[in-house]
Write a protein that binds this ligand. Structure first.
Ligand SMILES: Nc1ncnc2c1ncn2[C@@H]1O[C@H](COP(=O)(O)OP(=O)(O)OP(=O)(O)O)[C@@H](O)[C@H]1O
Ligand SMILES: [Mg+2]
Length: 356
């Protein structure tokens, strides 16, 4: 089933709201495709500790590592280090070594690259673009960050472009006396007093930062546009991961609509942690082998499961109407966490078909 979602695509983006199973799904897709002979890289973001260990991702680093998965193909995994990716971008776009060092060593930059809203989303895209550009993999599976809203992620490249194009940015990077421009005389003076009092060279740092960063803005913009084109192109498939929870489904619906508006390719839905019970499941006839008391308990449990299953079905119905012929793949709620390769393999029949 997931193979239909990925047919002819080389980039799979697993998006969805917090905690629904994006990282798990991305890793399981990667493992399953590797088992089918592909050379796959999974880009994870903040995987749970034990899953990270299972994937051999004990430390951050922007380098892909080969996972010892005994697969027919190859599974590579990396976990994104947003700061490192940002630094690499600066190295790429800096016109010369002096500018590069000025930016990288700048305190404002160091704060900004760590803390800027959306930087993690943007950097995830950057790394994806990079790997796609280099080639070498049949499939790249991108996990997405646990954003408050999954949509921040789609907006990241445009946000950066908008910032670069903004008047504020132009003013900030104009080669004039920065402090005067930004704060006017009074503000500048107040800041200098603050600097004297605290010993922090804020104004000068800011000024230096924006002047050097300004020389790179064109490169950043071109790159953000290229990332946008990759996301909207024929190589990409967005997989919306959701849980059968009202808030998660609402967000998935919103995301689904945004994909259309942005002209980005919707591949399908993975509904994770669904309570599904086969229609033919019955406790009838158990009284003989189990005894009356136990059979009654099985019966009651089956009733609970049916109710949960019905509730999940209703919660997912609104999203189901928006599939436009794409599949909704259901993964059941397992009775244990998914934190190792065996756990991921347990998801495989559901994702790839052949599940009972
Ligand atoms: N089908 C499932 N059955 C049982 N547990 C599951 C299932 N899918 C995921 N989990 C567990 O749910 C937890 C959250 O999953 P995961 O980390 O993949 O979510 P996420 O969407 O990546 O979260 P975040 O938004 O925080 O990044 C994990 O502990 C995982 O093992
Ligand atoms: Mg995650």
């Amino acid at each position: 089933m997931i193979e239909r979602v990925l047919d002819g695509r080389t980039v799979c983006i697993c998006a969805g709201s917090g905690g629904v199973g994006k990282t798990t799904t991305a890793a399981a897709i990667g493992l399953g495709m590797a088992a089918r002979g592909r050379r796959v890289a999974v880009l994870t973001i903040d995987p749970a500790r034990r899953l990270a260990d299972a994937l051999g991702l004990t430390e951050l680093g922007n380098e892909a590592r080969l996972v010892d998965a005994g697969a027919e193909g190859e599974l590579w995994a990396l976990t994104l280090d947003a700061k490192r990716t940002f630094d690499e971008l600066v190295e790429l776009h800096a016109p010369d070594a002096a500018t590069r060092d000025a930016v990288l060593g700048n305190r404002i930059y160091q704060e900004l690259s760590r803390a800027v809203a959306g930087s993690q989303e943007y950097m995830a895209m950057e790394k994806l673009y990079d790997l796609h550009h280099e080639g070498g993999f049949d499939l790249l599976v991108l996990d997405t960050p646990p954003t408050r809203s999954a949509l921040d992620f789609l907006d990241a490249p445009a946000d950066l472009t908008a910032f670069i194009d903004s008047r504020t940015f132009r003013v900030l990077t104009a080669p004039t006396r920065f402090g005067m421009r930004l704060f006017g005389r009074g503000g500048g003076l107040a800041l200098s007093a603050l600097e004297r009092a605290t010993g922090v060279r804020l104004l000068q740092d800011l000024s230096e930062f924006f002047t050097s960063f300004g020389t790179m803005s064109e490169g950043f913009r071109r790159r953000a546009d290229a990332v946008d084109r990759l996301l909207a192109g024929d190589d990409t498939s967005f997989v919306l991961v959701t849980a059968p929870r009202r808030d998660a489904v609402e967000e998935a619906i919103f995301f689904r609509e945004r994909l259309d508006e942005a002209g980005m390719p919707f591949g399908g839905v993975v509904a994770n942690r669904v309570h599904a019970i086969p229609a033919e499941a019955t406790a009838a006839g158990l009284a003989g082998p189990l005894g009356e008391e136990l059979a009654r308990r099985v019966e009651a449990d089956l009733g609970d499961q049916r109710r949960l299953s019905e509730r999940d079905r209703r919660t997912l119905a609104a999203l189901r109407r928006l599939l436009s012929g794409r599949p909704m793949i259901q993964i059941p709620e397992l009775d244990r966490d998914v934190h190792d390769l065996d756990g991921l393999r347990a998801l495989e029949p559901h994702l790839f078909g052949g599940a009972a």
